[in-house]
Design a protein around this ligand. Sequence first.
Ligand code: CA
Length: 580
Amino acid sequence: MSLTRGRSTPLRTQSVALSAAVAALLIGCGGSSDAALPRLSAATPAPLQSCATLAGSLALPDTRITSAELVPAGPITLQGVTTQVPAHCLVKGKMKERTGPVDGAAYAIGFEIRLPQDWNGRFLHQANGGLDGSVVPALGAVSGAAPVAPALVQGFAVLSSDAGHGAPTPFFGLDPQARLDYGYQAVGTLTPMAKNLIKGAYGKAPDRSYLAGCSNGGRHAMVGASRYADQYDGILAGNPGFHLPKAATTQLWKAQQYAKVSTTTDAAGQPDLTSAVTPAEFKLIGSKIVAKCDALDGVVDGQVNDVAACQAAFNLQTDVPTCTGARDGSCISSAQKGVLASIFAGPKNSKGEALYTGTWFDPGIAGANFASWHFGSPATRDAGAVAFIFTSPPSTVAAFTAIPGMQYALNFSMETDYPKMFATTAPYNESPWSYMTPPNEADLGALKNRGAKMMVYHGVADGVFSPLDTAQWMDRLNANHGGSADAFARLFLVPGMNHCSGGPATDQFDMLAPLVAWVEQGQAPDSVTARARGAGSNLVNAELPASWSANRTRPLCVYPKVARYNGSGDVESASSFSCK
Ligand SMILES: [Ca+2]
């Protein structure tokens, strides 16, 4: 991989404030490095013309509006954060209602769309995470932890959907069409409907359209960048699971590795993976990573910004004490080190072929979210997803529920079961790999050539989707676009951050406003300022080191540049760092 690839984009900074709400989050901007690309015109506002009458006045194909009502300005609480939202029209509905031919279950693409009375002329398709299966409120809280200015507050018309199935369980994988809807077709089906509905509500279709999400939502965004480049002007993909079948099967393989050093079992007699590496032991490893790598970015501040240099500097075998007696949290056993080295290197088959990308050592591996992905998720989430959605043919409900999820994980063969992600078996006529991943992922020429832009961010300590995998994709994209992919697509690594949020990190940032500024004003983002969620934050991050100030800020830099201390100035302030 190339982590040291040079880029010569001049670093200029200027402040952009799209609204009072985002003014506090500074955005560094420079010129686009490819002036030949078209500049899309800026969206213009329009007032809401109708709401309650929308259902009767529109003829939307394959669509049933179930309710449309005005919601007064007021608070909405979502995931522990209360947001004051503007007055808006809330439309709920279903598309393509049908009965599944395999399981006889009822299917539809359920959605809601929130249309602010004072509209900024923009449409945001909010892609949701996990297995989908529920219509998360369409606030447009799409970037970083506990966003302070969700898209609805910024004046976007926001769509959210269940992606084609009505429960957040994996059993929809029995239905061939529900698989395709989850993979990509729900986005493709919803997009023209939403644009028509917006046109009915405001008297004009959206001037500019955006697709954004994190995790599986980041995957939706990356798939959309490839499949629906003609429909979207801006793409924001966070911690994207763009190789999800490989990541999920790797989760099962990780469980098999951790089981080798687990010391206790659960009530079902299965290995308790949390005993394989305890929180104290991950904290020990994290502290050794900090000790080795913290200063590499120019300042000892508890953050490791120079990820590449850290991978070269840190050695799990020699930098972490090896236990000579019993494990007591002050050392790591040789067997544990062997397992962790294997897991961070990534799975290989018996031919030595890599089955998924390995990942980086970062202080954030001590985060609770990292551990939950490594230890809890394989049995509770990945086993079912692999059994029903990411392999063909899917399992049967009877066979799957007959054994504990952990047993499924431990029985999964990376030699004979893993290849089923590439298989087609009637009536499953498209392989999971095909419907879950972006086609021609390193060729986004259609997106680029029409003037659309793409921003991607990824926590360096993501416990499920490898940030290294995302960086390698960016390397391939860049190579495929003549070394100037940054003219339309930029990756921002977030040191210390776990999966979409959390960990010892500055994980609160707004990338939607800078994306809009790039698309509509030509202001390419050279950095995005992120903030720690200390005391006084709208959702306090309990994992921040005590030595950090409550409102520490840092620039998130365009990969492969990293934030380096200028040598003087307030260590708590982003203004004391430069992307180099
Ligand atoms: Ca540092």
